[in-house]
Design a protein around this ligand. Structure first.
Ligand code: SF4
Length: 504
C-alpha cells in the first residue's frame, strides 16, 4: 500500500494527494509533532484549533474507511521514519506543503508531492504572472484573477458595476451610535475531544519546556469541516451584507464587526477558497448582498490572500531576513502579556488577542504592526510573534504581511510606502482615543500619544531613505520643519525606553 501523508494545514478530503486516495490502496499518515508544539509560544487557542481539527479529521477519514496512522512523535521527521519502519509503504505521497521548510523536509525524506489545489492560483502560476513585471501590484494581480476566475464579471468581460474596486466605499469610520449592527459569531460546544487536546497540550508543553498563553478555547473556532461550512453560511447570510463599509473600523464593543473570521478555516483546509467565493458570488447574484460588500470580500480572498501566497514562494528564503530599516529592538513586553499598558488602542487589541486569538487586519496593521515599526522592532521577531499568536497564523501569511506590509522591512517590494501613522489615524478609525490617558494631538510632553511622537520621530530617523519616495515625501518634509523636532526626538527616546521595560 501507499501512504498519503496529511499535514495539519491540509485537512480536506478534496486536497491534492488525498483527493485521489482510495481506502483499498492508500493508508493515511497524520503526525502530531512535539517539536512543533514547543517551537513557539503558541496561543493556546491556535494550538488547540490545529490539533483538535487534525484529530477530528483523522476520525472522519477512519469513518470513510481509511486506515489512519495518527501518531505523536518528537518531530515530523521522526514520525515519518517510525511510520515507514512499521508499515513499509510502497511510496509516501503528500500534497505540496504550505511552507518552505515543509518542502525541504519532504525533499529530504524522499516524499513524492502532488500539486496543491489549496489556492486558486498555484505559486508557479503566480511566478509566471510576475515574470517580467517591474512591480508586482496587488491590484493588477487581483484583476487578472477576477478575469481568469470569472468572479463578479459580466458577459462582456468587464467587472460588474463597471468598477474593479469599491475601496472608497469601504473605509468608513465606526458608526457613531452605540447600537451593534454586527451579527454575533456562531460558537460550538466543547466536548471530550477538546478537553483531551487541551490536557495533552499542557502535558507536552510542560514535559518539554514549552509554553502556551492566552485564554482557553470557548468554542469560537470550529474544528470540523461541517462546522466550518456552517460558519461560512452564517457569514454569507448574516454578516456579509454589512461587510463593506466598516471594513477598516475598530470599536471596543465588537471584536469581529462584519469580518468573516473564515481565514483560519481556509488556512488549514477546512474550507477551500473557491467554495467560499462561490457562496459570495451566489449571494450577490441572488441580490442578497450589495456589490461593495461582495467585491470587498472577494478581493480579500482571490486578491490579497493569493497575492501574499504567491510572493511568499517567489521571494523565499531570502525574504525572511529582509530588514532595510535596520530595526533591531526586541518585542516590547506588553506584546507578550508581561506588562500592561495605558495606551487604549494597544490594550484593546492585545486583550482581544488574549481572549480570541484574533484581531482584524487594521488592528494588526495600524495598531500593533504600526507600533512595532515606529518603535523599531526586529521584523522577524514581529513575524514569529504574529505567527504564533493569531488563530490564522502561518509563515506564508505572516511573512509578507509583516515583513512586507506592516514593517516595510523589504524597502517597498510589496507596499509603496510604510504604513506609519500617528494617533490621528487611529482616532479617525476607532473609538479608542476618547478616554485614553494620552492625547493623540500631542507629540511632546508626558501626555503625548506614543504613536504621534514615534510617528514624527520615525519620519525623522528614516529621512534619507523616505524623502525620495513620492508617496511619503510630503510628510518627511513636514517632519523636517517641525519647530519642536529636538523635543520630539527626546520624547521618542523616553517612549522607546519605557516601551522596552513595559512602563507605558
Ligand atoms: Fe492609542 Fe494614542 Fe489614541 Fe491613546 S491617544 S488610544 S495611545 S492612538
Amino acid at each position: 500500500m501507499n501512504t498519503v501523508w496529511v499535514l495539519g494545514d491540509q485537512l480536506n478530503r478534496h486536497l491534492g494527494a488525498l483527493a485521489d486516495a482510495d481506502p483499498t490502496t492508500d493508508r493515511v499518515l497524520i503526525i502530531e509533532s512535539t517539536a512543533k508544539v514547543t517551537s513557539k509560544r503558541w496561543h493556546v487557542q491556535r494550538a488547540h484549533f490545529v490539533i483538535a481539527s487534525m484529530r477530528r479529521f483523522a476520525d472522519e477519514l477512519s469513518a470513510a474507511g481509511f486506515e489512519v496512522d495518527h501518531r505523536r512523535s518528537r518531530s515530523l521527521a521522526d514520525g515519518f521514519r517510525e511510520h515507514v519502519d512499521e508499515f513499509e509503504p510502497d511510496e509516501v505521497i503528500a500534497t505540496e506543503p504550505a511552507s518552505w521548510d515543509g518542502l525541504e523536509l519532504f525533499r529530504d525524506l524522499g516524499v513524492t508531492t502532488v500539486r496543491s489545489n489549496q489556492f486558486l492560483c498555484h505559486y508557479q502560476d503566480f511566478a509566471d504572472w510576475a515574470d517580467g513585471r517591474n512591480r508586482l501590484r496587488m491590484e493588477d494581480f487581483y484583476r487578472w484573477q477576477r478575469k481568469r476566475l470569472g468572479y463578479l464579471m459580466d458577459q462582456d468581460g468587464e467587472p460588474v458595476g463597471g468598477r474593479w474596486n469599491f475601496d472608497d466605499e469601504n473605509r468608513e469610520p465606526p458608526p457613531g451610535d452605540e447600537s451593534d449592527p454586527w451579527a454575533a459569531p456562531q460558537t460550538s460546544r466543547l466536548d471530550e475531544l477538546d478537553r483531551e487536546v487541551l490536557a495533552d497540550l499542557d502535558d507536552v508543553a510542560f514535559d518539554n519546556g514549552g509554553e502556551l498563553w492566552g485564554t482557553a478555547p470557548d468554542g469560537t473556532w470550529a474544528t470540523t469541516r461541517r462546522a466550518a461550512l456552517s460558519r461560512l453560511r452564517h457569514f454569507v447570510d448574516e454578516v456579509l451584507p454589512r461587510f463593506g463599509p466598516h471594513e477598516d473600523a475598530m470599536v471596543r464593543r465588537s471584536w469581529h464587526l462584519a469580518h468573516s473570521t473564515l481565514s483560519p478555516y481556509m488556512n488549514i483546509g477546512l474550507l477551500l477558497p473557491g467554495e467560499v467565493c462561490d457562496a459570495v458570488q451566489d449571494a450577490y447574484d441572488d441580490g442578497r448582498v450589495p456589490l461593495n460588500s461582495a467585491e470587498g470580500f472577494i478581493r480579500q480572498v482571490i486578491g490579497w490572500r493569493e497575492y501574499v501566497w504567491g510572493v511568499y514562494w517567489l521571494w523565499m528564503p531570502e525574504y525572511r531576513s529582509a530588514n532595510v530599516l535596520g530595526a533591531d529592538r526586541a518585542l516590547p513586553p506588553v506584546f507578550s502579556g508581561a506588562a500592561s499598558t495605558e495606551m487604549n488602542c494597544v490594550d484593546h487589541c492585545l486583550s482581544t488577542l488574549h481572549s480570541k486569538a484574533y484581531n482584524h487586519h487594521i488592528q494588526r496593521l495600524m495598531v500593533l504592526g504600526n507600533l512595532a515599526m515606529l518603535h523599531g522592532v526586529d521584523p522577524w521577531a514581529m513575524t514569529t510573534w504574529m505567527w504564533s499568536t493569531f488563530i490564522d497564523g502561518a509563515e506564508w501569511v505572516m511573512l509578507p504581511n509583516v515583513i512586507g506590509m506592516s514593517q516595510w522591512a523589504d524597502g517597498g517590494r510589496m507596499a509603496t510606502k510604510p504604513y506609519a501613522a500617528g494617533g490621528n489615524y487611529i482616532d479617525t478609525m476607532s473609538d479608542y482615543c476618547g478616554d485614553c490617558r494620552f492625547d493623540r494631538t500631542q507629540r511632546v510632553g508626558d501626555d503625548a500619544c506614543p504613536f504621534t511622537t514615534l510617528y514624527w520621530d520615525f519620519l525623522d530617523r528614516h529621512h534619507d531613505r523616505l524623502v525620495s519616495n513620492p508617496r511619503i515625501a510630503r510628510q518627511v518634509r513636514a517632519a523636517e520643519q517641525l519647530s519642536d523636532l529636538d523635543a520630539v526626538r527626546s520624547r521618542a527616546a523616553v517612549v522607546r525606553d519605557r516601551l522596552d521595560v513595559g512602563d507605558l
